[in-house]
Write a protein that binds this ligand. Structure first.
Ligand code: NAD
Length: 481
């Protein structure tokens, strides 16, 4: 059995308490490694190391910092296969997905911020006959990055790359459900020439080490991605300490299909937006609204496509749906399917656990599920399920679908499918979401602001937004003689 370690001050350390917890392979249901259950003592070591490293790292030339981060990106790239298999084993996702999305994107995140920092600039404001203001943007100090299990290395690197590029020392915690790829980063950081103490990676549970990080007075900013309830908890602790907070939280995203679309093509795209990564992407559309004129035709084609999707073990090159991340999460999703039935929903396809042949018979597989007959206001359509479950509902008017799409506490993302540019513009303008895709889904440009409105979060990641978050602006005014 492999025992993962914390990465502190440039070296791997067992947790001070000596306590570990199980790490399960969702594809088989078996425990395959042990994770440190870190606590306050581990955090003290990490904070001390980060404090020592900060003067060197924050004053290092941008070129040097950039070069180290580029080598880190390259270090992941040369171990692509190892990372792909580790991510898939930890999370249950098809290897194909990890190979095409997760790990290449982690490489891009480091690459992007390593180069973005070289172009990052600050403003000056000249006052005629008075003087000049100029603004500096300096790193904050020690920052905390906490990430979820659905896109483990992808979202972990999305935070630590800009934090490091901006000159901060980082204490980062991957999800305890998927810690493995983050644990590989320590060696790569050392090989890249990153000074000891700049990047520290602690493992363990949210209520234990996560909470310690959020509460620690020397950690000046928290960048968090995860559930809305956890985000609320973190805000309650961090706000009175005046920490900078970036919160990327849950969603209940609408997918809106107008009657002028090519049904066959759109069905394929909406299969992807609904069920990629087993529906465990914060951006997946889980409420599909289809115009009444094409509702029946779309529904038949969609259900046909979804019911023929291959649910299989992650190493199967033909797997379209892998395992969901844990037994607990699988049971939560099945519970929501039961709730949907109680609320009057009809399961058109899926709705059940799938048992594969040995050695995968105890893995956490669910058939992709489509449910109709529900109102937008029911719990199934208001609460985040975060699994391979979507509902489908007809609409008659643009104003009606807009009202339903916005009628949720969340405001993360939407996709709109139409050939009519006027409809697309009107909808995009009026949807209360941080991200709107038209005739597409999850096409990402790393320069764009990423995040949600309402209960989907506070602040934005990506591009300059991330570099601004991880720096402290200071305005300096110099008076003319
Ligand atoms: P989660 O909130 O349970 O956990 C996320 C991280 O926070 C984990 O590392 C966890 O250990 C840690 N954590 C938990 N309790 C904590 C506490 N009290 N203090 C500090 N840290 C704590 O979320 P999850 O189940 O891992 O992920 C799924 C959720 O993440 C979904 O709601 C999904 O929508 C959301 N998500 C959002 C985005 C986005 O960009 N908006 C992206 C991916 C996932």
């Amino acid at each position: 059995m492999e025992y993962l370690k914390n990465f502190i001050d440039g070296a791997y350390h067992a947790p001070v308490s000596g306590q570990y917890m199980d790490n399960v392979n969702p594809a088989t249901g078996e425990v395959y490694s042990q994770i440190p259950r870190s606590g306050a003592d581990d955090l003290t070591m990490a904070v001390n190391a980060a404090e020592r490293a900060f003067p060197l790292w924050s004053r290092m030339s941008v070129n040097e910092r950039s070069a180290i981060l580029l080598r880190l990106a390259a270090g992941i790239e040369v171990r692509m296969d190892e990372f792909v298999m580790a991510e898939s084993r930890d999370n249950g996702k098809p290897e194909k997905l990890a190979a095409h999305v997760d790990i290449p994107r982690a490489v891009s995140n480091f690459h992007f911020f390593a180069t973005a920092i070289e172009h990052f600039s600050s403003e000056s404001h000249y006052m005629e006959n008075v003087g000049i203001n100029f603004t500096t943007r300096r790193p904050i100090g020690i920052v905390g990055c906490i990430s979820p299990w659905n896109l483990p290395l992808y979202l972990f690197s999305w935070k630590i790359a800009p934090a490091l590029a901006a000159g901060n020392c980082v204490i980062a915690k991957p999800s305890e459900i998927t810690p493995y790829t983050a644990s590989l980063l320590g060696n790569i950081a050392n090989e890249a020439g990153m000074p000891a103490g700049v990047l520290n990676i602690l493992h363990g549970t949210g209520p234990e080490i996560g909470n310690e990080m959020v509460s620690h007075p020397k950690i000046k900013a928290i960048s968090f991605t995860g559930g809305t309830a956890t985000g609320q908890h973190i805000a309650r602790i961090a706000a009175p300490m005046f920490k900078k907070l970036s919160l990327e939280l849950g969603g209940k995203n609408p997918t809106i299909v107008f009657p002028d679309v090519d049904i066959k093509q759109t069905v394929k795209e909406i299969f992807r937006s609904s069920f990629s990564n087993q529906g465990q992407i914060c951006l997946c559309g889980s409420r599909i609204f289809v115009h009444q004129d094409i509702y029946e035709a779309f529904k038949i084609a969609f259900v046909d496509w979804v019911s023929s999707a291959k649910v299989s073990y992650p190493a199967d090159p033909n797997a379209q749906i892998g395992a969901v991340v844990s037994k607990g999460h699988m049971e939560k999703i099945l519970g929501y399917i039961e709730l949907a039935k109680e609320e009057g929903g009809r399961v058109l396809t899926g709705g059940v656990r799938v048992h594969l042949d040995a050695p995968y018979h105890d893995g956490f597989y669910l058939a992709p599920t489509v449910i109709e007959g529900l109102s937008n206001s029911c719990r199934t359509n208001q609460e985040e399920i975060f699994g391979p479950v979507v509902t489908i509902m007809p609409f008659a008017e643009e104003s009606e679908v807009l009202a339903m799409a916005n009628d949720t506490k969340y405001g993360l993302a939407a996709s709109v499918w139409t050939k009519d540019l006027n409809v697309a513009h009107r909808m995009a303008d009026r949807l209360e979401m941080g991200i709107v895709w038209v005739n597409s889904w999850l096409i990402r440009d790393l320069r764009t602001p990423f995040g949600g409105m309402k209960d989907s979060g506070v602040g934005r990641e990506g591009g300059w937004e991330a570099l601004r978050f991880f720096t402290e602006p200071k305005n300096i005014f110099i008076k003319h003689e």
